[in-house]
Design a protein around this ligand. Structure first.
Ligand code: ATP
Ligand code: MG
Length: 289
């Protein structure tokens, strides 16, 4: 039996609290502004067996913003992002230490149910992985097994619109998701993630396998998405990070064999124009990586 609030319930209660707070401050957030939760990560380390892949990351992920994670290959970006919805521990022998607060809940608390956490914090992977089902069912399936009782046609349409795919598929919803192009499949996976109404969306290099036009379409969805969601995206593409994100975290390994660490984190503009640390500057200007 599920004892935690559903994402939707939590979202609504948190939104109204945020709005109350905002109104108190006098900046007039109105209902429907789509404020959601951020995440507060404290001293997070991740292991594969005895190998420590990521060490001691502390970072605040701001709500309704896009946070980009960048850094050289092997420095732990994918490992870290998978810790944010308890996907890391799915790998045999893998475990995480530390705290990840989603609103007021520590997702690593003993009472936290990973299945509920993964619904509240959705994930889009590098390689599009639609189910062997129709386009419609790809979007509807997760919501249905979660017991969604609203108008399913409306949810499917809304999710596909939000993922900037609706116009391309609205006349072929019964066709297989596998019949779509790679870029369309990735947007279908985004729609599928949105349909279960998460609060945070994690994306691990969602556009790295795509052509420039599809990449552009995925980037175009970001501004839309952050109106309603908190987004964390891993990317190797510096221009992309600079274009789409509000905050950037640079992961780095200081010495061979060390675990990856969060080397610098700041507003994207600062990270790309005037970072504090030399390694960050060298990386964002393409001197290594
Ligand atoms: N399933 C696994 N089992 C054991 N070690 C792993 C596993 N996955 C990743 N690692 C190791 O953890 C470290 C971090 O890997 P990770 O995939 O998180 O890096 P990354 O920053 O995402 O790299 P890339 O930019 O190439 O995707 C690496 O040393 C990697 O070899
Ligand atoms: Mg990776």
């Amino acid at each position: 039996m599920e004892t935690e609030k559903t994402g939707r319930e939590r979202k609504v209660s948190e939104v109204s609290r945020d709005q109350r707070d905002a109104r108190k401050k006098g900046d007039g957030a109105a209902p429907g502004d789509g404020l959601t939760l951020g995440m507060k990560i404290q001293d997070l380390s991740a292991f594969y067996g005895s190998f420590k892949a990521v060490t001691d990351v502390s970072i605040d992920i701001q709500a309704n913003k896009v946070t980009a994670l960048i850094g050289p290959s092997g420095c732990g970006k994918s490992t870290f992002i998978r810790c944010l919805n308890r996907m890391h521990e799915v790998i045999p022998g893998a475990r995480a230490e530390g705290h990840v607060m989603l609103g007021e809940q520590d997702i690593y608390a003993k009472t936290s149910d990973p299945v509920v956490i993964r619904r509240r914090v959705g994930m889009v992977f590098q390689k599009p992985n639609p189910f062997s089902k129709s386009i419609y069912e790809n979007v509807a399936w997760g919501a249905r097994i979660n017991g969604y009782r609203g108008d399913m046609d409306e949810l499917v349409e809304r999710s596909l619109k939000h993922a900037a795919l609706w116009e391309e598929v609205k006349d072929r919803l019964k066709e297989s998701g596998h019949g779509l192009s790679g870029g369309q499949q990735q947007r279908l996976c985004i729609a599928r993630t949105l349909a279960v109404e998460p609060e945070v969306i994690l994306m691990d290099e969602p556009a790295s396998a795509l052509d420039p036009v599809s990449t552009q379409k995925i980037e175009d969805t970001m501004d839309q998405l952050k109106q309603d969601y908190t987004v964390v995206i891993v990317t190797h593409n510096m221009q992309q990070a600079a274009r789409i994100s509000d905050y950037t975290g640079f992961f780095y390994i200081e010495n061979m064999g060390d675990p990856g660490q969060l080397w610098e984190f700041d507003e994207t503009e600062k990270m790309f124009s005037n970072p504090e640390r030399k390694e960050t500057e060298d990386y964002v200007t393409g001197r290594f990586g």
